[in-house]
Design a protein around this ligand. Sequence first.
Ligand SMILES: C[S@@+](CC[C@H](N)C(=O)[O-])C[C@H]1O[C@@H](n2cnc3c(N)ncnc32)[C@H](O)[C@@H]1O
Length: 275
Amino acid sequence: MEIITGVDWSRAWSEQLSRSNHQNRLRNQNISSEDFWDGFTGWQEMHRYTRYPGKALERVLDSVDPQTTVLDIGAGDGAFAVPLAKTAKLVTALEPSSGQIARLLENAAMAGVKSIAILKSRWEDVSSTEIGSHDVVVAAYCFQMKDIRAALQKMFDSAKRSLFLLHFVDHDLVKPLHEITGNSNTGPDYIYLLNILYEMGYPASLDILTRDYEIPLDLQLDAFVYSHGLSAEHRDRLRRHLESEGKVFSHDGQLWARRRYEDALIRLDKEERYR
Ligand SMILES: C[S@@+](CC[C@H](N)C(=O)[O-])C[C@H]1O[C@@H](n2cnc3c(N)ncnc32)[C@H](O)[C@@H]1O
């Protein structure tokens, strides 16, 4: 892994974040991140197909036993919080969106899990006293944080034992989406997080995890319409791109798309290096 010096990674992070699709989408429609997540009703349905969190969850579970306390930052609908709570002593799920909290509670009830405490807040807005400290801290795909260095420091400080960060590497439609919309920007990726942690004196370990999956075509296209604000014409072009790549197939009377997604699992173990 090459660590690049001479770059102000924290500043580059906030610039890239502000230019990202997601932030553009929020600005153009004048909505908050909480509004966005409240309205993303397809999110839970997507999880049925995307094999998420997959191996990343297995790695975190390896560090969790019935005595372990866990903090899940930006817990969403509980993709980590709910399965971790089946083993852990307590999972504290920090999440600012009411819609996501409702989905998380629904998933927890369906799984028969009771050991989840909810903290409704953005990470930036919660004090160290409110957070407390937890054996294991997880933050997955929730890094819409302008001052990322301060956010990471607070994550590090709240972990007694291990910190796991899961963030974006790549997916198979980044380039086609860029070609179709002319302005697809996925935002700062895992390289930024690794470099910022390195600058902070916390060299982390890295695992790139690949998910290959099949998903109903309409569900996938609708998710891009919602998350990227795709027009009907762009949606149609994306569908034609998938067909031309041979990634669309028919099964059980409906059309499906083959997808590939790469996640970066970044891990810091405090007792080994920092105590
Ligand atoms: C892509 S979802 C990921 C949810 C979950 N971590 C997972 O891996 O399935 C992003 C979540 O982060 C939350 N989020 C966004 N900005 C946040 C912030 N500043 N602090 C805490 N959570 C945030 C959103 O409300 C949303 O539920």
